[in-house]
Design a binder for this molecule. Structure first.
Ligand SMILES: [Zn+2]
Length: 714
């Protein structure tokens, strides 16, 4: 599970239990679990009755299940007769987890082990298990850091609502099991309950509400959620589309319903039929951005963010194909975040225009370059979930770029055919990178071992340089080099720009460490640009990427520096800003400029609060120059305008002459209007400079590249 809603626009995650490879095949399997759940919010308790349909190849003397270690009043029956059992609250789970899997053991730290001994060896039939379970994780603590998940709610039953995650082991489970669920929840009539599947019953009898959801496909886990919702509904073909929003959010319901309807239709055309009978957008009473099969669970603040409907909602809906119906076989790496990013976030940019898609790919390469320091790198076959910016840059960013490069090689129509085939073959089954390779080779009718091997099994990425380029009498010669040790085989687009501003793109294969190419041209070129649209996954040189806030965030240590020359009230305003900005960020320290000198500051990021008059460090820094802004005496001039104006806040990211250091000015205008900027800044990582007016963003942009090392001029 990978919530991060502060940093990124595509923050939604797919919720899963790490699937484990079992030491051996299990002697028995679950086909279906029927759950009858009585919820008592005032006591934070549920009475749960689970009927499990089991079958085994050989008769077995013992049945074991994982179940929350704090369950009480357990009873076990078969056909109405009580069975003997023991319940181990402390267990090493050796029966379930091989030694090799012990790395995942902390995923299981809430699980006890229920061991049932039938009178006669068990072959098949139904086992009934009943128990009481309490759930009262604190939902107030559920805040996200910019980088790390500090705390994660696993289960809550209370006045605010209900949230039960499979990680709480609230129903009897086996690791890595795919099964059908039939869930009936009985609650006070004020609670609306929802889980995956189709709504089969909704009825109020007395003061109790009965809700039944049936999932008619094998699922790998079950979340149960509920609160005091109002329900909105529409349809897309055969699919029911719902919003479960709080009464105060009803104004958002229509736009979410319509957008969901559009997305479902779009992806049915692109991939194949939507795999479930419903899709619901559910508002949560604590901050989340989760995606489960057939619904998404978004915190109240999140659904109000204006960009969610255009980016994250679609990303989430796409997960119903990638991850929530074609399941991820984690042993070979999680491919679903990269594919979803490619089919959602990147696809929306392409639909807008090709330039935005190119910028998006440049940012993916940039994020990998700045976030993935050597000790944080790993190959895609080891990605399970994002934990911070580096693993995101690999598991989402690099992975999406791998799909993009596959598309460059096979072409658009075969690319989409590959994944229609993949979906047809693996719907409601687990699949890994090797299965994607299989679908790709089958459709492309060619061996792609080299491609998947270099991108999936290897960490890092190529770094390209344009060594030389000359043009003479219509003949263009240029040399490309791969700087890294392990060589890649790359399809590299090359743009030739002519005197009349027309241009063409040709492609070359690069597989040696250095290769020379020759183009015969009929017109005189003025420019040659290697990989102008960032179609190749590669690490970038700093001169290709202008400084950005993302680069600031990527530094492992950072100081937030308070001004040393301003009034007490201004200082207090900056201090408040610094505290909110640093909240939950363990790598940020707040200092005063009065206590620091540039001579002592060698590495890391500096967030310099104040105008150049207020913060003396701003003038001491040896800034690398940008075209967009300059320090003129004690004034910042941004695009020819002095900033900040009285109602403005200006944010300027930069690099210092010292290679290992980034610095950023955050200057507040005379009226001190900072609004919620300290909280919102993390959403603007891709930008070099920002201007806010009365707390609202009015300018966001990236500095121009002064000299592109991948370009030659003639
Ligand atoms: Zn995702």
């Amino acid at each position: 599970m990978i919530p991060l809603w502060k940093r990124s626009l595509s923050f939604l995650i797919i919720f899963f239990l790490i699937s484990l490879i079992r030491a051996e095949e299990f002697p028995y399997s679950m086909e279906k679990q029927t759950l009858q759940i009585q919820l008592y919010p005032s006591r934070s308790t549920a009475l749960i009755e689970s009927k499990i349909k089991l079958s085994s190849i050989e008769p077995v003397r013992e049945l074991r299940f994982l179940l929350n270690k704090n369950v009480r009043e357990i009873s076990v029956k078969k056909s109405g007769e009580s069975l003997k059992f023991q319940f181990l609250r402390d267990t090493d789970l050796n029966f379930f987890l091989s030694e090799k899997d012990s790395a995942y053991k902390n995923e299981y730290n809430l699980a006890g082990e229920l061991i049932i001994s039938p009178q006669t060896p068990f072959k098949d039939g139904e086992i009934e298990i009943a128990y009481l379970l309490s759930a009262s994780d604190s939902v107030d603590k559920a805040a996200f850091s910019r980088e790390y998940i500090a705390y994660e709610v696993k289960a809550y039953i209370g006045e605010k609502g209900v949230f039960m995650s499979p990680a709480y082991f609230w129903y009897p489970a086996l690791p890595n099991e795919l099964l059908h669920f039939d869930v009936t929840v009985v609650t006070p009539d004020t609670l609306q309950m929802l889980t995956q599947g189709k709504l089969m019953r909704e009825e109020i009898l007395g003061d109790r509400r009965y809700t039944r959801w049936l999932s008619d496909y094998p699922a790998d886990g079950l979340h149960l959620v509920g609160s005091r919702y109002m329900v909105g509904k529409t349809v897309s073909g055969e699919v029911d589309i719902y919003t479960y929003f709080f009464p105060e959010s009803q104004d958002l319901s229509d736009s979410y319903l319509q957008a969901s309807q559009r997305y479902v239709k779009m992806y049915e055309d692109l991939i194949g039929p939507y795999p479930f009978s419903k899709f619901a957008v559910v508002e949560n009473f604590f901050p989340t951005g989760y995606g489960m099969p057939s619904y998404t669970l978004l915190g109240s603040q999140v659904i109000r963010l204006p960009f969610i409907i255009h980016t994250s909602l679609g990303h989430e809906i796409t997960h119903n194909w990638w991850g929530n119906s074609v399941y991820v076989k984690y042993e070979t790496g999680n491919w679903c975040e990269g594919l979803t990013t490619y089919y959602a976030d990147h696809y929306y940019k392409e639909m807008k225009n090709p330039a935005e898609a190119a910028d998006y790919r440049r940012d993916l390469n940039r994020d990998f370059t700045v976030y993935v320091k050597d000790h944080k790198d790993f190959p895609l076959n080891s990605f399970t979930e994002r934990t911070e910016s580096a693993s995101r840059a690999i598991g989402y960013g690099k992975s999406a770029m791998v799909f993009h490069q596959l598309r460059q090689i096979v072409g658009d129509s075969l690319f989409y055919e590959i994944f229609r085939d993949f979906y047809r073959n693996y719907k409601f089954k687990e699949a890994g990178w090797p299965d994607i390779e299989l679908s790709a080779e089958k459709t492309f009718k060619s061996d792609l071992t080299w491609f998947f091997d270099q991108w999936i099994n290897r960490k890092g990425g190529p770094r390209l340089t344009l060594v030389s380029a000359q043009e003479e009498n219509g003949s263009l010669w240029f040399t490309l080099r791969q700087e890294q040790n392990d060589l890649y085989r790359l399809l590299v687009p090359v743009e030739i720009v002519y005197r009349d501003s027309s241009s063409e793109i040709r492609e070359v294969w690069l597989e040696n460490s250095e290769q020379q190419y020759n183009f015969v041209l009929t017109e005189d070129p003025v420019h040659l640009i290697i990989d102008p649209n960032y179609d190749v996954f590669r690490t970038l040189s700093l001169s290709e990427i202008p400084p950005s806030l993302a680069e600031m965030y990527a530094q492992e240590n950072a100081l937030v520096v308070l001004p040393d020359n301003c009034s007490a009230s201004r200082l207090e305003m900056y201090r408040r800003f610094a505290e909110i900005f640093s909240e939950g960020e363990t790598n940020l320290t707040i200092e005063s400029a009065a206590d620091l000198s540039m001579r002592e500051l060698k590495t890391g990021s500096l967030y310099l609060l104040g105008t150049p008059v207020e913060n003396s460090l701003i003038r001491q820094i040896d800034w690398q120059e940008q075209d967009e802004w300059q320090l003129k005496e004690n004034t910042i001039v941004l695009n020819e305008q002095p900033v900040p104006q009285p109602d403005e806040v200006v944010v300027l990211a930069g690099r210092t002459a010292n290679e290992n250091q980034n610095a950023c000015i955050i200057a507040v205008g005379g009226n001190g209007k900072t609004g919620r900027i300290a909280t919102l800044l993390s959403h603007y990582g891709k930008y070099s400079y920002l201007v806010f007016e009365n707390g609202k963003n009015i300018i966001k942009d990236i500095y121009s590249v002064r000299k592109n090392p991948m370009m030659a001029e003639f």
